[in-house]
Structures are given as structure tokens and as C-alpha cells.
Design a protein around this ligand. Structure first.
Ligand code: FAD
Length: 320
């Protein structure tokens, strides 16, 4: 209960434009955000990705920060940043792996604009990937936001996939609908990143207790590593820092004959990195989500909300 209240408070703080403006202009910028983001432009983000791979054997998904954007000029800026990081990744030998939120690229303004923007980014990733190593690992990864965006995100994912673009989709275990959404994606042989969900929902459509979200995550992982999924060419991405769920996924993979590389684990920069390193040393494919850019407040506060233990981090930054 306490952790749910804490998470709800942090989500509200993340969505406050006024607080965001004050914080991002203030002195706490570097102190608070340093742990969770690679502050700077695409060059800094790509340099961080190169270091993660060469020093720790971890792959990266690059994410230019910014969400719930309702101004056309900012949407254009976001699209330009996604294209810039795609160009910066090309020729480095790294995966051309770029994460995108629908509300960054026009969802709040116009569905047709969102589709055009996603097409532009997906084309750039496809073109850059054509001359890159490790075919199959490059993709436009669609993040998943609040429940109002889920239908549109899945529809655009399916549309891009049907037209042959390298695309992947995030689904959230806290939503009751995800069982059916995942089953449909397994039939399509998609690439799906499963997360618990960074939002708090209502019992009508969401699991609201942490143990229930975890139990649903376990059931969804079972489906991701099923015989049907393997036959369909489905690619499971288990995105969690929860050691029990990671162990469960590895058990299911072993039992079903999935070898490392036929699936992957993904974690967030700054969260349980020793666990990510240990998995990579044991031969698993592990990716870190690497956010970069100026708009650090909403993302950072959402991360702080995921663990009441992070309250001290917030308090120290505000005091210092
Ligand atoms: P938890 O039970 O929350 O965490 C397990 C343990 O990990 C905790 O006990 C704690 O020790 C540690 N931990 C976890 N988070 C933190 C933190 N922030 N700070 C410190 N310790 C922590 N959510 C969405 O709704 N949409 C998305 O598109 C999305 N994309 C994601 C992409 C990736 C690669 C990852 C890893 C997560 C993403 N999330 C997304 C967030 C996700 O939904 C969860 O909110 C987040 O991962 C925490 O859940 P957990 O599975 O790690 O389990």
C-alpha cells in the first residue's frame, strides 16, 4: 500500500509540467539524474552504449528523453533526435536499437502525424541496419505508456510489422488485457518486451497489488517461452530487475530448449547493473535502456517512484 502511494505521488510529480520546468533549470539536475540517464546529446548516449558493450558486454537501447509532448515544434525536435541517434549508431557496430514513446512523436496532436513520424524513424533504422552487423537485433522499440495509448501503440506496431519494418512492442503485465494482447503477438511471431508497468491502474482493468502483477508476469513469461511461441519465431524480451522473474524466465527457456540469444533480458541504466553484468557473464544477451537528452525530470521521477528506497536519493538531491 505504501509503495503504491509513493509510486502514485511520483507519477503525479513526473507529469507536472511546472515542476518539470523548475527542476530542469535548477541545480539538482546532474545530482538526481546522473544515476539513471546519460545526460547530453546523441553523441554522449552512443558513447555510453559503446562503453557498456566493450567494458561489460551489455547491449543498449537508446532513448531520447521527452514524453506527453503537445507542441508541434517539440514533436519535430523529438523526431530529429531519434533520427540523429540512428545516424550516430550507424557504422559503430552497435545495434541500431532506438526506443520511442508514442506521445513523443505526435500522439497527442494527430494520429496521421504519429504514423508519418514513426515511418520516418523506422525507415532510417531499416536503412542504417542494412549495412550493420548482427542482423535481426536492430529495431524501433515502441515503449508503452498509460492505458489510453495502448490500442493506438499496438495498431501502429502491427502496421509497421506488416510492412516489413524492424519493430518491437512493449507490453505491461499490470494490465489484464495483456494476456490476450501477448497471445496475438505470439501468433504473429513478434518481438515483445514484457515489463511490469510504470503506471498505477484501477482494479477494473489492472492488477493493483504487486504480488498480483508479479504472478501475471510469471504467467506471461510462460506464454513467451511456450512451444507455440518458438514455432512462430517469437522473440521474448524480459525487461525486469526482479531476480525471481529472471530466474523463472531462465528456467522456462532451458526447459523449452531456448538457447541464449533466442531471447534477451533488458534492464534500465542505473538499476541493478551488477545483476545485468552477472547475467551477461553467464552468457545471456542483456540490454540496458539508455536515456539521454535534456528532459530528464519525468523519467527520473518515475524511476524514483519504483522503489520507496529511492526516497533518500530524492531528499538528498533536493537538500543539496
Ligand atoms: P520491481 O519489483 O519494481 O523491482 C525489482 C527490484 O529491482 C526491486 O526490489 C529493486 O531492488 C530494484 N528496482 C527496480 N526498479 C528500481 C528503481 N527504479 N530504483 C532502484 N531499484 C529498483 N514501463 C512502462 O510502463 N512502459 C515501458 O515502456 C517500460 N519500458 C521499460 C523498459 C525496460 C528496459 C525496463 C527494465 C523497464 C521498463 N518499464 C516500462 C518499467 C517497468 O514497467 C517497471 O516499472 C520497472 O522495471 C520496475 O519493475 P521491475 O520489473 O524491475 O520489478
Amino acid at each position: 500500500m505504501l509503495s503504491r502511494l509513493w509510486q502514485s505521488a511520483m507519477i503525479a510529480l513526473a507529469r507536472s509540467g511546472r515542476v518539470s520546468r523548475v527542476m530542469q533549470n535548477g541545480r539538482v539536475t546532474s545530482g538526481l539524474s546522473r544515476r539513471f540517464i546519460a545526460s547530453g546529446d546523441e553523441t554522449v548516449g552512443v558513447a555510453r552504449a559503446q562503453a557498456l558493450l566493450s567494458e561489460q558486454g551489455l547491449r543498449a537501447s537508446l532513448f531520447y528523453l521527452g514524453e506527453y509532448v503537445d507542441q508541434p515544434a517539440l514533436v519535430d525536435e523529438n523526431v530529429a533526435a531519434k533520427l540523429a541517434v540512428t545516424r550516430a549508431l550507424a557504422g559503430t557496430g552497435l545495434d541500431i536499437h532506438v526506443s520511442v514513446d508514442m506521445t513523443q512523436v505526435g500522439h497527442l496532436l494527430d494520429p496521421a502525424l504519429t504514423r508519418r513520424n514513426l515511418d520516418t524513424i523506422a525507415e532510417a533504422i531499416r536503412d542504417a541496419a542494412a549495412s550493420a552487423p548482427s542482423p535481426g537485433l536492430h529495431c524501433l522499440m515502441l515503449d508503452m505508456e498509460d492505458p489510453s495509448v495502448v490500442d493506438a501503440t499496438i495498431a501502429l506496431h502491427d502496421d509497421l510489422a506488416e510492412r516489413g519494418f524492424p519493430v518491437a512492442l512493449t507490453l505491461q503485465a499490470y494490465l489484464k488485457r495483456t494476456e490476450a494482447d501477448l497471445a496475438a503477438q505470439i501468433r504473429r511471431g513478434s518481438r515483445v518486451r514484457l515489463v511490469k508497468g510504470a503506471f498505477v491502474g484501477e482494479p477494473a482493468y489492472a492488477y493493483t497489488r504487486r504480488p498480483d502483477v508479479k504472478a501475471n508476469s510469471r504467467r506471461l513469461i510462460d506464454a513467451m517461452f511456450s512451444e507455440d511461441a518458438r514455432e512462430a519465431g517469437f522473440y521474448p524480451i524480459v525487461a525486469t530487475h526482479d531476480a525471481h522473474l529472471i530466474a523463472h524466465a531462465r528456467d522456462r527457456a532451458r526447459a523449452g530448449g531456448w538457447t541464449p540469444g533466442r531471447y534477451e533480458f533488458e534492464m534500465l541504466l542505473g538499476v541493478r547493473e551488477p545483476l545485468a553484468r552477472a547475467l551477461a557473464v553467464e552468457g545471456e544477451r542483456v540490454r540496458l535502456y539508455v536515456p539521454f537528452g535534456r528532459d530528464w525530470w519525468p523519467y527520473t521521477v518515475r524511476r524514483i517512484g519504483e522503489s520507496p528506497a529511492n526516497a533518500a536519493l530524492l531528499a538528498r538531491a533536493l537538500a543539496g
